[in-house]
Design a protein around this ligand. Structure first.
Ligand code: NAD
Ligand code: MG
Length: 383
């Protein structure tokens, strides 16, 4: 039996992970399950999977969680400190699936246990960068990428010396607006932005896919996960989302990983690593798909990937500032407060007006993130 904790158990990645665990119930002992504010769903999952502890990040919801778990024998906890404490419980594998930089401290706590951390929460790595990768080394933890592109790259690199890599290409679906003319983008609504053509995901990452900021964050994520040099990282638009990414070697060989657009495939790859496990996913039928197409990204209509590359080049705190500005802008867009094209514009404004020194510790990263959020909010209000 292996033990597992899922940070962000009620989200899209959390649900996909639990779907796989449910099918192999006898192989897993569920330790901690966490959520932000959805008490009913968290309590339901904790009971179904006989979790040891359920943590609700919004402490105001703790009495309701206690009531929902009464008589179950499952410990209930609430608040950010409890979240970090739960993440620090030693387990074989932690699924880091909280959305946003809110997942950073618990993810770091899991890394400090030295086990396997399967990372979906890209914003945490984008913001913390070397602070996180150094913690992984120091605590001899294993960071397995769950993001489909990075999981693909991880698989394509297996057994190869990274010194032989000529380039790594991240594929992007291009999102729901990939064929929209520039003038229509300004009018895009939240409902249109969250309707992704290929993947079913949480609201924040869906908007990020529509702006292409998701690919920008993934470029930075790749930079820290696969240190082959920023100049070797490329992005290509591939509307079918079948080729999840590829690695080109110096001899001219390119290895790609293909699969259905179902996050259970990369999650299963991390859960079973270095073995393989069965999934209920639809099998890839290339003849039915017929065509796989590729094109260059358009950074005029979608400037987010350029911004991310600039932030990655600048290094230090820039990726954390970019991420915080984007989180604030996406929330404002979803709340109907700003237009779609303001999201990237706002991130660009923030990058040019706030350049704090490079963070050297987790506390520094959290401080940069907090300050950047405050500045991003006031910049938005003054605009
Ligand atoms: P989601 O919105 O569906 O779920 C997010 C989870 O985090 C929920 O359990 C929620 O309760 C929890 N959460 C939200 N805010 C929190 C806070 N402040 N404190 C503590 N917990 C909080 O998101 P998702 O689509 O599952 O994405 C999760 C992460 O995985 C994101 O970083 C996303 O970029 C990444 N990811 C998702 C997909 C996908 O297909 N959904 C693919 C690749 C990467
Ligand atoms: Mg991805």
């Amino acid at each position: 039996m292996r033990s597992i904790s899922i940070l962000g158990a009620t989200g899209s990645i959390g649900a996909s992970t639990l779907d796989l665990i449910r099918r192999e119930r006898d192989k897993w002992r569920v330790c901690a399950l966490t959520a932000h504010g959805n008490v009913a769903e968290l309590a339901r999952l904790a009971r179904e999977f006989s979790a040891e502890v359920a943590v609700i990040a919004d402490e105001a919801c703790l009495p309701e969680l206690r009531a929902a778990l009464a008589g179950s024998g499952i410990a209930a906890a609430g608040g950010e400190t409890a979240l970090v404490e739960a993440a620090a419980r030693p387990v074989d594998i932690t699924i880091a699936a909280i959305v946003g930089c809110a997942g950073l401290a618990p993810t770091m706590a899991a890394i400090e246990q030295g086990g396997i951390v399967a990372l979906a929460n890209k914003e945490a790595l984008v913001s913390a960068g070397e602070v996180m990768t150094e913690a992984v080394t120091r605590h001899a933890a294993t960071l397995l990428p769950v993001d489909s592109e990075h999981n693909a790259i991880f698989q394509c690199l297996a057994g190869n010396d990274p010194a032989h890599v000529r380039s790594i290409t991240l594929t992007a679906s291009g999102g729901p607006f990939r064929d929209w003319p520039a003038e229509r983008l300004a009018l895009a609504t939240p409902a249109e932005a969250v309707k992704h053509p290929n993947w079913s995901m949480g609201a924040k990452i869906s908007v990020d896919s529509a702006t292409m900021m998701n690919k920008g964050l993934e470029l930075i994520e790749a930079r820290y996960l696969f240190p082959v040099g920023l100049e070797r990282l490329r992005i290509i638009v591939h509307p079918q989302s079948i080729v999840h990414s590829m690695v080109e070697y110096r001899d001219g060989s390119t290895l790609a990983q293909l699969g259905p657009s179902d996050m259970r495939v990369p999650i299963a790859s991390a859960l079973a690593w270095p073995e393989r496990m069965d999934t209920p996913c639809e099998r890839l039928d290339l003849a039915a798909i017929g065509e796989l197409t590729f094109r260059q990204p358009d950074e005029v209509r979608f400037p987010a990937t350029r911004l991310a590359r600039e932030a990655a080049q600048a290094g230090g705190a820039a990726p954390a500032v970019l991420n915080a500005a984007n989180e604030i802008a996406v929330a404002a867009f979803l709340a109907g407060q700003i237009g779609f094209t303001r999201i990237a514009a706002h991130a660009e404004d923030m990058l040019s007006c706030y350049a704090p020194p490079a963070p050297g510790s987790l506390a520094d990263v959290i401080a940069v993130d907090k300050e950047a959020r405050e500045r991003a909010r006031s910049l938005m209000e003054s605009a």
